[in-house]
Design a protein around this ligand. Sequence first.
Ligand SMILES: C[S@@+](CC[C@H](N)C(=O)[O-])C[C@H]1O[C@@H](n2cnc3c(N)ncnc32)[C@H](O)[C@@H]1O
Length: 419
Amino acid sequence: MAEKKAYSQAAHTGKYDKASGLLGKYDNVRRFWEDQVTEIFLRPALSELVRRKRERLERIRILDLGCGSGDGYDLMMDVTTKDPGIYEYITAAVTPDVLKEYIGFDVNEELLKQAEESYGYYPKVRFMHGDMSDGLPRSMKEHESFDIYFTSYGTLSHFHDHQNVKIISDICRHASDRALFVGDWLGRYSYEWQDLWHHPSDQEYFMDYRISYIYPEEVRDQVEVGVFPLRIITRDEIMQIINEAARESGAEIKVLDFFDRSILIGRHMDTGDYNKNCPKVRTPVNSLFEGYVRTDLDSILVDYVPRPGFGHLNNFFEMFFMSCNALVKYTISLLSEYDSEAGTLRAVPDVLPFYPDPLKEAMHTMQRVIEGVGWLRWGDVRANVIEPHLGYSLRKLEMDLQPGTGVGHGLVGIFEIRK
Ligand SMILES: C[S@@+](CC[C@H](N)C(=O)[O-])C[C@H]1O[C@@H](n2cnc3c(N)ncnc32)[C@H](O)[C@@H]1O
């Protein structure tokens, strides 16, 4: 009886659910691609901030605006100071001793409860209710200034541009000199929503965002999918907001970087909700990162369909998807040429001189990985080593080729406030 009760109790916690990175909010692409890319782009600014604070014997205070279930805490604490070598153990930029306080606020009580359950036990972490529709909430302004004002995964797309001007100018007034501000929006011209590209580019545009992707494909048309408006935006439009916020607050806002996140693997690639020509790429890329699961590599190839009248976008996507395809095809050729008995490649396909440099580098790396590990006999070397590495190589290719203008699912700006 006690045994039955214990099993039922365990099942109710949800922690007895089968763990898989193939689907859901925390799928493999979210963990091994999107979180990691964000962390890599944050690395230079965060490392420099920590270095400066350490010199002054000061610690770091972080404000997570629209923190949702609190995952920004992990994101911040997982940023590394550099590409770690294979020997070092601790490589975090913000080590626990250098964090003074992390405060997350959100308007949604249920998400705050979830945040509290997941992260509330850390003594320096606090979650609070706060609404930023009219700027930084008063309750947040009462705190001493923060070193990092941080948003993640499209939070600023919930607001009109004039609301974002108010949020950012309030941050500038509240922050001390050289604080960081990270603004995260949805990109305006992702291939996932090519059907929406025609809306006038000189007007604010909100898409009806469907969170259909959280349901397996088979049940999507039987459930009532949540829909809400989200602003999709370009870098130029963000710069108008930033310039206006700088003018209103009197602070200088220095651009440190912009990056497009998830061009190849945005969540709506697989739903086709806003572009029926999108191939379902996220599913096989999730599979690349999953241990002991082999992936049909042909299913990662994208047959880009251009949209007439959008020459510069078509040119970018043509180059981008052709480069990804070339890397996948190159990997398929290398696998087919690998002689498992001899432990060598019978032939190496050409890396052509006119390929973009990041593609050449990714191809050479895939060759070295396959040559280096293809001979391993135990464990499934293709599923467990080679395929994840193809995932990381595609990720690197996306990072190197993205222009930071609004062509991915996410568009993130990293800024420094100068006063
Ligand atoms: C796309 S989610 C991102 C959540 C979280 N930052 C993450 O990375 O998972 C956007 C978040 O903004 C919050 N939000 C929307 N409107 C808000 C408002 N007016 N004030 C505060 N938070 C708001 C939502 O409740 C939601 O948690």
